[in-house]
Design a protein around this ligand. Sequence first.
Ligand SMILES: C[S@@+](CC[C@H](N)C(=O)[O-])C[C@H]1O[C@@H](n2cnc3c(N)ncnc32)[C@H](O)[C@@H]1O
Ligand code: SF4
Length: 311
Amino acid sequence: MSHADPPRRLQRWAAARGVRLRGLRPIARERGSRSEKVLFGLDDGYAVEAVLIRRVDGHTACVSSQVGCAFACRFCASGRAGMKRNLAAGEIVEQVVRLGPRVNRIVFMGMGEPLNNYDAVLAAIRILRDRRGLDFPTTGITVSTIGIPKALARLREEHLAINLTVSLHATTQAVRDHLIPGARRHDLGEVVDRALSWAMRHNRVVTFVYLLLPGLNDSPADADRLARMLAGRPARVNLMRWNPVAGIALPRTPDGSLALFRGRLSRAGVPAVVRDTQGRDIEAACGQLWLRGGPGPRHDQAALRDAETRR
Ligand SMILES: C[S@@+](CC[C@H](N)C(=O)[O-])C[C@H]1O[C@@H](n2cnc3c(N)ncnc32)[C@H](O)[C@@H]1O
Ligand code: SF4
């Protein structure tokens, strides 16, 4: 795998569009069985992580879109320290470039809420897919979002054949407000409607991600409400187990509950699968990426390792 600087040709091409590549410095790497986590130092002293996941037919790059996250989901490490700043388009593109040439899928499932950094994320996607850029197929790009309604309405009008994943996690407003405190202003029904509207406009299927948390959102009534929202619509459901995060006490869902929930959805005609995220062995799975570094001069590797051991 190459961690070389982005090719000069790409740097020049991006610079002509006002996008700077070479703002990232890989400062630490951790290898797991099928994944690798890379910590990138940014110009202003912060650091973000990106994850490479090896598949048989290529690599997936899981990239960050913000330094921290404003939505403070109860189950996720990325929002624990709030949102420090947006990543620039170049900083997003460069994560992909530095994860190496075998990347053929990109998922915006690292740190941050991509639709809360709409312009930079869309600019990055355009550079990634441009023939004179990386010539990356948009069908290999997945944006994962908590579903900011206004941003979903904007996304609907973009001519981009990306994949959309909406992190729903609840079937009532009260439970969603509890799990995603930063999204209290987002009406759950509107989130679902806007996502479905995107799917219909682009003739695609939207994936709803549902993290099953025992006693919070895993009742048969939840499954039935979700089924009523999505049956007969261009939607599928990915049911997820919680990946443990230090300092957060949440129970993990037993396999039996996942199977029961999935069964109720399937019987109602809503396609549902249970998904495990890769990278748990090196704390690189969904929701396990922490904000690192801080404002000031770029941190060196030793300083960041030090910060890591104090965490
Ligand atoms: C880290 S988020 C980044 C993208 C975007 N902010 C979102 O929430 O969709 C990517 C996915 O990880 C999920 N996630 C967050 N924390 C998790 C955890 N501890 N275990 C499993 N999934 C988690 C989120 O719900 C989301 O579906
Ligand atoms: S799950 Fe997504 S929206 Fe929620 S805190 Fe983590 S990164 Fe932010």
